[in-house]
Write a protein that binds this ligand. Structure first.
Ligand SMILES: Nc1ncnc2c1ncn2[C@@H]1O[C@H](COP(=O)(O)OP(=O)(O)OP(=O)(O)O)[C@@H](O)[C@H]1O
Length: 754
């Protein structure tokens, strides 16, 4: 089954490299043979369905194979000989790669990283070598072996106390330039990470750890490992990965396919609810209230309150024949539908069937033909109205009386006032806030039952989710098997948490709940982490700092400037990094957003917008909230005091902003670069930069520049207001421009062509 190699005599490194290259070439030849064979499987199948499944199987297998130019293996392990005293010492050597490769006599040339043998590669340490003599890590260019590093466990045990520090391969990997897409880490998974990746399926596993400890990477590799090792119980379609926002989901979406797992659903938390128009802002108090678990009870009661009471006699006319049902018998049918379990729509069906039976029963003469039961439908609609989640919620929030009825003493009048709002005249024009989405999802469940359930769910950045959002996750779990990922020191927003128990209490409880931490920081360079960690005593005193595994190219740059220079300086620093070929993130608080966009534009720079799920430019503009989970080669943090002011747990938000870089950090500010003392209310002392757009036309402005200016303005409008308000924004903009034109040119108004 496995390749057994003769113990090699000690060779020169170049001879060893040549031998390794020979093995790599051989394995590649057989990988290509396997690829060719997949293309040659005959199409003939017993029927069309089987043919389609066969074609899909072939396509998936082919997609899972690494590209022809990719290296066949990234490591090798040499096991201790079974009998070291025997004369002819034979050792087992296994090459570890992304997929198993056989030669044509079914000898294994490369072993898949997800197998128990692959696990040895990641988890052997000098303290517990797990029967290994040596672990070899290859450095390759494509399939060409350039070099390798060996860890000989016996020697290592003598030489070091701790193996979890970075090895050469890991450092090289961490120094790789970033793009807008996360990549897999199969070649350099660390021991503690490996243990989490292959930890049992049947549990609710919380993976916690500081920024850049690899939580997301581990959770995604865990999905791949579980899919491989639990093929009998888990198919890709049984797994859901939930992220905090669209930019994050886009950022991670290629990792699983690169591991060969193509059909795993990856959604951001707001996609769990029904698809509706979003963009309504919500004040923090209402946001907090709408996230509370008691909202679920309010919705359930409100729905039950919609069920009507019959008249003392319900009279219906069927093709000239009157049928009368007594209010008592109809009420009994309603009561039995109320008591029946299941979603509202299902119980409505049950009531319909009961009413139909009643009108046909005991010689009453009601029609048997379902087509002719119109009057029953009318009664049903009056007693048990059919409704969509959106229509129901709009009506409920728009009615003080309905809210008060559903509150059942569980909400104060002030809280009900926070919930009450006038809905749009038409349902199609209703704009929903993000906090409405879990309410809609809850209603969808109450009305129709959840449509899709998964056997394993990963929830990333879970520390911020409200109880209502967690319920939306929980109801999609069919087994209680979850991987929950997060960092309490990065927990901000209306639902900032200090304990994992506050999250887990809203998740399924049928399986054991286990919290495990990762302690080594792979992303953030030591100098940057040390600066950011100064916030921890204020931001999250109970959270243990991580240990950064590597140094960065230098200390963070701190640029304290006049407010008027702030945005321009940030843009120029970002530009310099981008010209150096770096992937740049400008983490910018809302208060400085307009000035930074203006400065980028003035410098002729294009930028990606995380709020539109884009991280596709060399320079990307990201809010501190959107920055969660993301990383860049270089990060420019604008005005830390404003970031602190943006959230009740503002120091945590700043901690997030400062820990997004893998190499360079620049802070550009007019206030304090590291406002440890300040709280959310102190920023009034930072002079605000007011943007002044002079209406005088630049005589050199050409059509292309005009178009670009228009595009930028349009992007501001799109990101700043919901679609139905665009006209309003544009009219106000026009009025402002008129005003400016009047002020600067007393003799005339600027003219808009009609
Ligand atoms: N074993 C590893 N080998 C190579 N790179 C790694 C390893 N572990 C983590 N990384 C890299 O470190 C970076 C941070 O990883 P990841 O985003 O998973 O961290 P995180 O703990 O989820 O961070 P955050 O809390 O900021 O979201 C990523 O670029 C990831 O690829």
């Amino acid at each position: 089954m496995v390749k057994i190699a003769e113990r090699r005599p000690v060779q020169s490194k170049s001879a060893e490299l040549a031998a390794e290259q020979q093995h790599f070439d051989l394995a590649r030849k057989h990988r290509e043979r396997a690829r060719a064979e997949l293309g040659e499987v005959p199409d003939a199948a017993v029927n069309a369905g089987a043919g389609r499944r066969l074609a899909l199987f072939r396509r998936n297998r082919k997609d899972a194979l690494a590209a022809p130019e990719e290296q066949v293996a990234f490591g090798r392990i040499d096991c201790e000989p079974a009998d070291p005293s025997a004369d002819s010492k034979i050792e087992d050597t296994f090459y570890i790669g992304r997929e198993t490769i056989f030669d044509d006599s079914r000898q294994v040339l490369v072993v898949n990283w997800q197998t128990p043998i692959g696990t040895l590669y990641y988890e052997a340490t000098h303290e517990d070598p797990r029967g290994l003599q040596r672990k070899r890590t290859f450095q390759c260019a494509g399939n060409q072996v350039r070099d390798f590093d060996d860890v000989v466990f016996a020697q290592l045990a003598e030489a070091v106390a701790e193996l979890e520090g970075p090895d050469g391969a890991l450092l090289a990997e961490l120094d790789r330039g970033r793009t807008g897409a996360m990549t897999d880490i199969v070649a350099t998974i660390q021991g503690a990470q490996s243990r989490l990746i292959r930890s049992p399926l049947d549990q609710l596993l919380v993976i916690e750890g500081g920024p850049g400890t690899g939580k997301t990477a581990v959770a995604l590799h865990r999905v791949s490992w579980l899919l491989f090792n639990h093929r009998d119980r888990l198919r890709p379609q049984d797994v859901l990965v939930v992220g905090p926002h669209p930019a994050f989901t886009r950022y991670i979406r290629t990792v699983l396919p690169s591991l060969g797992d193509t059909d795993v659903a990856q959604l951001d938390i707001d996609q769990l609810g029904p698809p509706v128009q979003r963009g309504r802002p919500e004040d923090p108090q209402t946001r907090r209230l709408k996230g509370e678990a008691r909202m679920a009870r309010l919705l359930a009661r409100a729905l039950e309150n919609r069920v009507g009471t019959p008249e003392p006699a319900e009279r219906m006319l069927f093709d000239g024949t009157f049928v009368t049902l007594s209010g008592v018998e109809v009420a009994a049918a309603v009561a039995s539908a109320r008591q029946a379990g299941g979603p509202y729509a299902q119980r409505r069906q049950r009531l319909r069937a009961q009413l139909a039976d009643l009108v046909r029963g005991r010689g009453r003469g009601g029609p048997t033909d379902p087509e002719r039961l119109g009057p029953v439908e009318n009664l049903l609609e009056r007693l048990w109205p059919l409704q969509s989640a959106a229509a129901f919620l709009r009506t409920l929030l728009g009615s003080q009386a309905r809210l008060a009825n559903a509150a059942a003493g569980e909400f104060t009048p002030e809280e009900l006032a926070l919930l009450h709002r006038r809905g749009a005249d038409k349902l199609s024009e209703q704009i929903w806030s993000n906090t409405d989405l879990p309410l809609l999802d809850e209603l969808e469940e109450l009305l129709n039952g959840v449509s899709r359930r998964y056997r394993h769910i990963v929830v990333d950045e879970a520390q911020d989710l409200s109880p209502m959002q967690l319920r939306a996750v929980a109801r999609r779990s069919s087994t209680g098997s979850l991987t929950v990922v997060g960092d309490l020191a990065q927990s901000t927003g209306a639902w900032a948490r200090d304990h994992w128990g506050e999250v887990a209490e809203h998740l399924p409880a049928q399986l054991p709940q286990v919290v495990v931490g990762l302690r080594y920081g792979y992303r953030v360079p030591r100098q940057v982490y040390e600066l950011a960690a100064e916030l921890l005593p204020v931001a999250a005193p109970d959270v243990e700092p991580t240990r950064a595994v590597r140094d960065g190219p230098g200390d963070p740059g701190v640029h304290v400037v006049e407010p008027a220079e702030r945005a321009g300086r940030a843009a120029l620093i970002a530009k310099d990094h981008a010209l150096g070929g770096r992937f740049v993130g400008i983490v910018c608080p809302a208060a400085c957003r307009a000035e930074v966009e203006f400065a980028l534009h003035a410098n002729d720079l294009q930028w990606g917008r995380a709020d539109q799920g884009e991280l596709d430019r060399a320079i990307n503009l990201v809010s501190p909230q959107e920055a969660k989970g993301l990383e860049f080669d270089a990060v420019v943090v604008v005005e830390p005091e404003e970031i602190v002011a943006e959230d009740e747990r503002g120091h945590r938000l700043l901690f997030v902003a400062l820990t997004r870089t893998i190499r360079y950090l620049d802070i550009v500010c007019a206030g304090d670069p590291l406002p440890i003392e300040s709280g959310p209310d102190v920023t009034s002392r930072i002079p605000r930069q007011r943007m002044v757009v002079e209406p005088d036309a630049d005589p050199t402005l050409d059509m292309a520049q005009l178009d670009r200016l228009a595009e930028d303005l349009a992007a501001l409008v799109v990101g700043g207001a919901p679609v139905p308000m665009w006209d309003e924004v544009l009219q106000r903009t026009a009025a402002l421009l008129d005003e400016r034109a009047d002020r600067s040119r007393p003799s005339g108004r600027h003219r808009r062509s009609s």
